[in-house]
Write a protein of this length. Structure first.
Length: 117
């Protein structure tokens, strides 16, 4: 089992920034890709950004140039730096991690991000 604990969500004004963190524990030695999804009210969950164990990254078009994903393998932690936030970024953000050859997927509990004036 892999446990994922997110932190860093909250309320921010348009144009502001937030940094999300996700710490993994448990069976961490087999971790592969990690990333962030988000789900806004009434919408499907969507991929925001992903990062491989080697550091290659992938972003949704809607966040390119504004969000940056990174990971610290020594701390088993993945980060999402979010800049130039706008109300359309309001959602629950979920950390995701893939384990082993079978790429078993684990989810965090989610953290709310609200962008509003």
């Amino acid at each position: 089992q892999v446990q994922l604990v997110e932190s860093g969500g909250g309320l921010v004004q348009p144009g502001g920034s937030l940094r999300l963190s996700c710490a993994a524990s448990g069976r961490i030695f087999g971790l592969n890709d990690m990333g962030w999804y988000r789900q806004a009210p009434g919408k499907e969950r969507e991929l925001v950004a992903a990062i491989t164990s080697g550091g290659s990254t992938n972003y949704a078009d809607s966040v390119k140039g504004r969000f940056t994903i990174s990971r610290d393998n020594s701390k088993n932690t993945v980060y999402l730096q979010m800049n130039s936030l706008n109300p359309e970024d309001t959602a629950v953000y979920y950390c995701v991690a893939y384990y082993g050859v079978a790429r078993v997927r684990y989810w965090g509990q989610g953290t709310q991000v609200t962008v509003s004036s």
